[in-house]
Design a protein around this ligand. Structure first.
Ligand code: DP6
Length: 327
């Protein structure tokens, strides 16, 4: 009836940007990510006959209305599967610095999928967990696994084949992520809303779809060949294309700020000095700088003294979602 699970955030190397089915969270195209260490969320779930409603908390404090609705709807999926009507107490704890605005729904829903299913007495394998986590937040299906991960688009209308699988175990190839924090607080347009508006209104959306397919092929090869330059070039190009697509929406969506551009320029200059580093940016202003393990200190030092960067996090590779306790 109770369980605790932890999962790590991931950074997308080929982005997920657009759904073909909003309620089942089915993507328009596949995506590839790297699971990170150091940015994790731990979720505890207890189904309790004494509860009349789900009690959803974050760091011990009651969650906001929107999040409560989203988590309860997710718990309904688990209840349906476990054939129970019991309400649950849910609390989550994150290692992501609070003020960073880096909140990761991927880590949260991957951990929630594992904790809630275990607490409900279900024993789901990685494929089933990935399918379940996806319905909480698309990118969460990738955080079920560690290392390099691909979420395949799938074809089935019920989403049964839209799941993630591991491409490389953690540390098989030491690519790291140095994150430059370029702003704080809630983002103005959530990724959910941003991708919906992009699908519905961006004049660039059809081109994005074609580019994503091409980038997936190139990224798979780069990972198979352990070709860092190909990985970096593809990730950077793919991120720029995703943001171009968002900028092409109506009204336009701009996730970057001046700090984002300052980091991009600094990384270009680092490359000119022979340091292999490439940028990728999710639906917010922060910049993830991908670099091999040996150049992490130089990249970190080069980003830390930029005036618009208010923090630098270094992440190695993380493992998949893990069950910490179940009773
Ligand atoms: C830009 O997984 O947060 O980070 O499925 O609506 O919950 P929902 O969206 P979410 O979107 C992530 C978007 C992204 C790219 C990526 O992680 O692939």
């Amino acid at each position: 009836m109770r369980a605790v699970a932890r999962a790590n955030a991931n950074v997308a190397l080929v982005k997920y940007w657009g759904k073909r089915d909003e309620s089942l969270v089915l993507p328009q195209h596949g995506s590839i990510s790297l699971t990170l260490d150091g940015l994790s969320t731990t979720v505890r779930v207890a189904f309790d006959p004494a509860l009349g409603n789900d009690d959803i908390r974050m760091g011990g404090l009651p969650a906001g209305e929107k999040e409560r609705g989203r988590v309860s709807a997710f718990l309904d999926l688990v209840r349906h599967r476990a054939r129970t009507a019991l309400r649950a107490a849910v609390d989550s704890e994150s290692t992501v610095p609070l003020a960073s605005g880096l909140a990761s729904s991927a880590a949260a829903y991957a951990a929630l999928a594992l904790a809630a299913s275990a607490a409900a007495g279900l024993s789901l394998d990685a494929e089933e967990l990935s399918r379940l986590a996806r319905q909480g937040s698309g990118s969460a299906c990738r955080s079920i696994h560690g290392g390099f991960v691909e979420w395949q688009r799938g074809e089935a209308p019920d989403g049964s084949d839209s799941i993630a699988h591991q491409l490389l175990v953690p540390h098989a190839w030491e690519v790291c992520d140095v994150i430059a924090l370029c702003g704080s607080g809630e983002k103005e347009v959530s990724s959910r809303d941003g991708m919906r508006r992009s699908v519905n209104t961006s004049i660039f959306y059809p081109a994005w779809l074609a580019a994503a397919e091409h980038d997936l092929t190139t990224m798979r090869l780069a990972i198979a060949d352990r070709n860092f330059t190909a990985l970096g070039l593809t990730a950077e190009r793919n991120a720029l294309r995703m943001h171009a697509t968002a900028l092409g929406a109506d009204p336009p969506i701009r996730y970057w700020n001046a700090g984002t551009l300052a980091v991009m320029e600094r990384v270009e200059r680092l490359r000119a000095t022979g340091i292999s580093a490439y940028c990728t940016v999710d639906a917010g202003p922060h910049v993830h700088v991908l670099t091999p393990l040996e150049t992490v200190p130089s990249v970190q030092a080069a980003l830390a003294d930029l005036p618009m960067v208010h923090g630098v996090l270094r992440c190695g590779q993380g493992g998949g979602a893990t069950l910490i306790e179940a009773s």
